[in-house]
Each structure stands twice: as structure tokens, then as C-alpha cells.
Design a protein around this ligand. Structure first.
Ligand code: IFM
Length: 456
């Protein structure tokens, strides 16, 4: 067996990274608009003011999706476009953009997968404390209810929050992402709890307001650990490491990038015990109904996975992280190339939580340019995707319930604090002219989709 006939091949983007039109049709500022104003925060002072101008060019972009043969498109909705004040009065022009986008996708037989929150929090809500404020969980529920009601039958698949780990740690720990704060453990754990609660309340809101067949999940990330060898003890050690909570991550006191911290509450209705033994009095106050709300039943798990680390047994019932080989392959952004992570991480997620999985992001930043012949020869991206797809196929053959794959990203786009320096797209974007060029990888992906993975 390989890919089921209903396996979904797609690509993903997010609002701030591609839309531009940062002040048009009633949209207010998001925390990323404001972050970009801060000297030194973003490479070469790039901003998302225009980005890929997808707000105006969405029809052209949908046509390109169709040319590639994408079956689904995962995009995110800009909260400050819908609610300029964060809550209250809806901005119907902003909402209309997403209605038109979805209609256009559906006319072209491309299934919309909408993410409610991919980091562009309305600035107004940040001034009220953002996710530090417990009220944020109700603001998010109101936003989720409104969007699902407005989009109605157009959208059957939602993700609530993209990468809570990055919102929490990069936004409020290292300060590399908006809102650019460097808070401590107490605040980080509080924000984490509010993100979890926001997710749970949004699931309730989506079910109450969406179409009768609406489906929902969320899209966290983490490092995808894989065994150094296929020996039983290394496989067991990998599982132990993947499910563990540790304090070690890039030398900081707190690793929000583990699997279980954010996902045990959603699927098992409780934080891992080790969170309490490690962080004790720093843990947030958990109100009586919180865990019940957080663990609302979802229809699937989305996971963004780019790389991981090999694990081996320490010979004493524990595990060890393996050192990377000298000269190990890495992408333009220096991320290691470790295809095995898309085999073992979904396998372990399914083992612990028993949920169907979508790979909601995967891909690489590559050194792409338009060659003399006018094409973009990104053979490295083809090789990368090919290797990852082979491993994903293995996982499926082993019985892991992976339902679909979304390549990151459809278009080259605004890579947060790295600005436009990094190119993740299947489609090359010339930011001066907004000309799009399908890269060789887009054509290759097109063949993979046509054959439902048989060409791999
Ligand atoms: O561009 C980001 C995306 O917004 C979230 N996941 C990782 C991608 C690459 O860094």
C-alpha cells in the first residue's frame, strides 16, 4: 500500500507573510506590522506592507495552484482584517477577501484549509496584554465564531493556532518574533496556558458556528526525533525522548519545542506530570474547567515538521541525543536535512494520541534565483522533498494515519525576522515586479501529485 486515493497534496502560506495590503479596506495594524517598525528587528528593515501582494493577486495565485495541480490550499486569516479592534465590530471588507478567495479556490477544485491564527495578533489586543491576558481566550473564541459563521459552507477544514511554541517562545522568550518581548518562565507558561485555552474555546466556537460537517484541529510544531538505528532499544529510546519534557533547548531554561507539553493537554486532558515537577510554582493557575475545554475532541492533528535529531539508547534505560556528523546537510537557513523525522514523528504522535495527522508544513529555504534561461532550477528542493516524501510514504506503509501533506510554502514570502532573504516557495516571487515563476520543484511536485506519489 502507498498513498490512499483520498490522500491530500497541498501547499501552505500565512496571511502576514504573503498578503501585503497592510492598511487597506479597514485592516488595522498587527503586532508584526509594529515589529517591522522596530530598528534591527527584521533583516534589512523588510516589512510585510506589500509582501507578495496576494491580497490583490490572489486570482493569479489560485490559477498557479491549479497549474501545479494542488488539491488543497492551507492559508491563514488575518485577525486585524476581520476585527480592526480585535473584537466587536466586524470589518466586512476584510471578511469579503476571504470569501472571494475561498470561492475562487472552490471554483478551481482546490479545498480550502483555513488557519485562524498564524501570529498576526491585532496590535490593539497586544496593548491589552495579548496572550498574557486570560481574556485573550474569549477574544479568540469570538473571532473564531465570527469567521466560521461568515465563511459558512465554504470551509470544512480549520486549524485553530499555528505553532503555539513559536508564539510563546520566539515572541515572548527570545523576543526574535513579535511582539519582541523577553519575559521569564512564569509569563511563558501563562501564555502557553492561554494559547491552549484559546484553542479549546475556538474548537467549541467552530463546531457551534461552522457548517454541519466542519472539521477542526490545530497545527503545532516540534523537533521530530528518530532512532539512530532500527535496533529495538534505539526505537524505544526515541519514543522516550519524544514524549519527555526537558529544560534543555539551545541553552535556555525552557524547551517549549517538545511534543507533549502542548499536546498532552489537548489530547489527554492534562499537562505531563514532569511539567509540575520541573516548573512547580511557576505553573499557571489552572481553573476548574480549563482542562476540559482544552481537550475538546478534534478531528485531526496538524503538525509542522522540518527536521529533527537522531536518538540512541544510553544502554541504561535512558536516551541520548546523537551529535550531528561533520558536514551534515543543511538548508540555506542552516536547518539540518533529516528526512527520517517525517516517518518517526507522525508514528509517535499517532501512537500517543491516536489521531489522524496532516503534515501542515514542511519544506526548505533554498538559494534560488532566476537562471539565464528564465527558469528557477531548484534541484536541491526537489531532492529534499523527494527524500522527505519517501520517508512519509514509509510511515504510511507502516500504518501511520497521515491524511495529507502541505508543502511550505506555495510562494516565496516574508520569512519573519529574516525578511525576504529566505526563499521557501514552490513559486519564485520577484518582489520588485511581483512576477511569479514556477520553480522546477513546482513542476516536479505536480508530477508527484498527478501520480498520487507513485513516481517516488
Ligand atoms: O515561515 C515559517 C512559518 O510561518 C511557520 N513555520 C515555519 C516556517 C519557516 O520558518
Amino acid at each position: 500500500m502507498s498513498f490512499n486515493s483520498d490522500f491530500i497534496w497541498g501547499a501552505a502560506t500565512s496571511s502576514y507573510q504573503i498578503e501585503g495590503a497592510y492598511k487597506e479596506d479597514g485592516k488595522s495594524l498587527s503586532i508584526w506590522d509594529v515589529m517591522c517598525e522596530k530598528p534591527g528587528a527584521v533583516f534589512d528593515s523588510h516589512t510585510g506592507k506589500i509582501a507578495c501582494d496576494h491580497y490583490h493577486l490572489y486570482k493569479e495565485d489560485v490559477q498557479l495552484m491549479k497549474d501545479i495541480g494542488l488539491q488543497a490550499y492551507r492559508f491563514s486569516i488575518s485577525w486585524p482584517r476581520i476585527f480592526p479592534s480585535g473584537t466587536g465590530k466586524i470589518n466586512s471588507k476584510g471578511m469579503d477577501f476571504y470569501k472571494k478567495l475561498c470561492d475562487n479556490l472552490l471554483e478551481n477544485n482546490i479545498t480550502p484549509f483555513a488557519t485562524l491564527f498564524h501570529w498576526d495578533l491585532p496590535y490593539e489586543l497586544y496593548t491589552k496584554g495579548g496572550f498574557l491576558n486570560r481574556d485573550s481566550t474569549d477574544w479568540f473564541a469570538e473571532y473564531a465564531a465570527t469567521v466560521t459563521k461568515e465563511l459558512g459552507d465554504r470551509v470544512q477544514h480549520y486549524f485553530t493556532i499555528n505553532e503555539p511554541q513559536c508564539i510563546q517562545y520566539l515572541g515572548y522568550g527570545s523576543g526574535e518574533h513579535a511582539p519582541g518581548l523577553k519575559t521569564g518562565l512564569r509569563d511563558l507558561l501563562l501564555i502557553g496556558h492561554h494559547l491552549l485555552l484559546s484553542h479549546g474555546k475556538a474548537v467549541q466556537a467552530i463546531r457551534a458556528n461552522g457548517s454541519s460537517s466542519v472539521q477542526v484541529g490545530w497545527a503545532p510544531t516540534c523537533s521530530g526525533l528518530y532512532p539512530a538505528t532500527e535496533k529495538a532499544e534505539d526505537i524505544a529510546a526515541t519514543e522516550m525522548a519524544q514524549f519527555d519534557v526537558t529544560t534543555e533547548y539551545n541553552g535556555t531554561e525552557f524547551n517549549s519545542f517538545g511534543l507533549t507539553y502542548f499536546n498532552d493537554p489537548v489530547y489527554l486532558g492534562k499537562y505531563p506530570d514532569k511539567m509540575f515537577s520541573l516548573f512547580g510554582e511557576y505553573m499557571p493557575k489552572i481553573e476548574q474547567e480549563d482542562m476540559k475545554i482544552i481537550s475538546q475532541k478534534v478531528d485531526y492533528h496538524g503538525h509542522n515538521v522540518y527536521n529533527g535529531v537522531a536518538i540512541k539508547s544510553d544502554g541504561k534505560g535512558g536516551y541520548l541525543y546523537c551529535k550531528r556528523d561533520i558536514g551534515y546537510p543543511h538548508t540555506a537557513m542552516n536547518w539540518p536535512v533529516t528526512p527520517e523525522c517525517v516517518r518517526w514523528l507522525p508514528k509517535n504522535i499517532a501512537k500517543r494520541y491516536g489521531v489522524p495527522i496532516y503534515i501542515t508544513e514542511n519544506g526548505l529555504s533554498n538559494q534560488d534565483w532566476v537562471a539565464l534561461d528564465g527558469k528557477v532550477h531548484d534541484s536541491t528542493r526537489i531532492d529534499f522533498l523527494h527524500r522527505y516524501f519517501i520517508q512519509m510514504k514509509k510511515a504510511i506503509e507502516e500504518g501511520t494515519p497521515i491524511k495529507g501533506y502541505f508543502q511550505w510554502s506555495l510562494l516565496d514570502n516574508f520569512e519573519w525576522s529574516n525578511g525576504y532573504k529566505e526563499r521557501f516557495g514552490l513559486i519564485y516571487v520577484d518582489y520588485e515586479t511581483q512576477k511569479r515563476t514556477l520553480k522546477d520543484s513546482a513542476l516536479w511536485y505536480s508530477d508527484v501529485i498527478k501520480s498520487n506519489g507513485d513516481t517516488l
